[in-house]
Design a protein around this ligand. Structure first.
Ligand SMILES: Nc1ncnc2c1ncn2[C@@H]1O[C@H](COP(=O)(O)OP(=O)(O)OP(=O)(O)O)[C@@H](O)[C@H]1O
Ligand SMILES: [Mg+2]
Length: 290
């Protein structure tokens, strides 16, 4: 018989999270699981509750109701143990701009109790992994946006967490740097095997990176699954009809059916493959990015 070890358990189990700020509920019962090595995306518009979820899962804010379990252990009663297995990259970068890359990482090794004889080696490895070896002794204020993001990510990995939380990791970056960062984040998941929970309101980011996506709206998970499955559920193809004051959408399971229908309209029309934005629109009547 197999021993029941920590390894056998779900990495993270989130049950019925509710978060109230005053009378307002920012989260209204959010539940999901992360298994080892998963790449999960939390996709939703501004104010949906993405950061609130991550803050609860990393102990930065308290939940009002519900439960969070890392490898079967209750986070609220074993916070220290859980913090050893999680890493966090916040929405707002919290690097010290006046310190060098090395010094920023060194502070983290102290905070996480990494033994002194191991610190330098781990930091050098991290800088190498991030492609920042030659920038080791430069002040962070001289770094580009993309370099800073890579530095914050490897900092969060220094204590070798099993689950990494990334809150809007590519917001504000130009499209080309965003793509480079996507490759870097995928490398963390694939090479290190770290499970990732990433929040984003970029449709393409969720589609390209995540094996599974949770779509969140106004504090509730409204859809969950691999991006392709979520798209197939609404049809796969969309016919956009450009009316004077709005765009109407009709969904079809094949391009041929959509093109057939297009012939019935006098308006300007377009057939294209659906995206997760269409999934969101179908479920909520609104767009993720307005
Ligand atoms: N400290 C706070 N006090 C009061 N209300 C808050 C606080 N933090 C968040 N909220 C509210 O909770 C809701 C969810 O906010 P949250 O920051 O989790 O959204 P988000 O999905 O991360 O949005 P964004 O895409 O803009 O980062 C919003 O309505 C927000 O105004
Ligand atoms: Mg946020």
């Amino acid at each position: 018989m197999k021993n029941s070890t920590v390894e056998d358990k779900t990495a993270l189990n989130v049950e019925g999270l509710v978060k109230k700020y005053g009378k307002e509920k920012a989260l209204k019962g959010v539940s999901f699981k992360i298994e080892g090595g998963d790449f999960l995306g939390l996709l939703g518009p501004n104010g949906a509750g993405k950061t609130t979820t991550i803050k609860i899962l990393t102990g930065l804010t308290k939940l009002t109701e519900g439960g969070v379990y890392y490898y079967g252990r209750d986070f609220s009663s074993h916070p220290g143990e859980a913090k050893r297995v999680i890493g966090m990259v916040p929405q707002q970068s919290n690097l010290d701009r006046d310190l060098t890359a090395f010094q920023n990482l060194y502070l983290h090794t102290i905070l996480h109790g990494i033994p002194k004889p191991l610190r330098k080696e781990k930091i050098d490895e991290a800088l190498e992994f991030a492609g920042l070896r030659e920038y080791r002794d430069r002040q962070v204020k001289t770094f580009s946006g993309g370099m800073r993001r890579r530095l914050v990510i490897v900092r969060a990995l220094l204590h070798e967490p099993r689950i990494l939380f990334l809150d809007e990791p590519t917001v504000g970056l130009d499209p080309q740097i965003r793509r480079t960062l996507w490759e870097f984040i995928l490398k963390v998941n694939q090479v290190k095997g770290t499970a990732i929970l990433l929040t984003t309101h970029y449709i393409e980011e969720a589609e390209k990176l995540c094996g599974r996506v949770l779509i969140i709206n106004r504090g509730r998970i409204i859809a969950e699954g691999p991006p392709d499955d979520l798209k197939k559920d609404i049809g796969g193809y969309v016919l956009e009809i450009f009316l004077e004051d709005r765009i109407e959408e009709e969904f079809f399971s094949s391009r041929e059916d959509a093109l057939e229908r297009l012939k019935e309209y006098d308006h300007s029309c377009k057939v294209r493959e659906v995206t997760l934005e269409d999934v969101f629109l179908k479920l909520t009547g609104r767009r993720i990015n307005v």
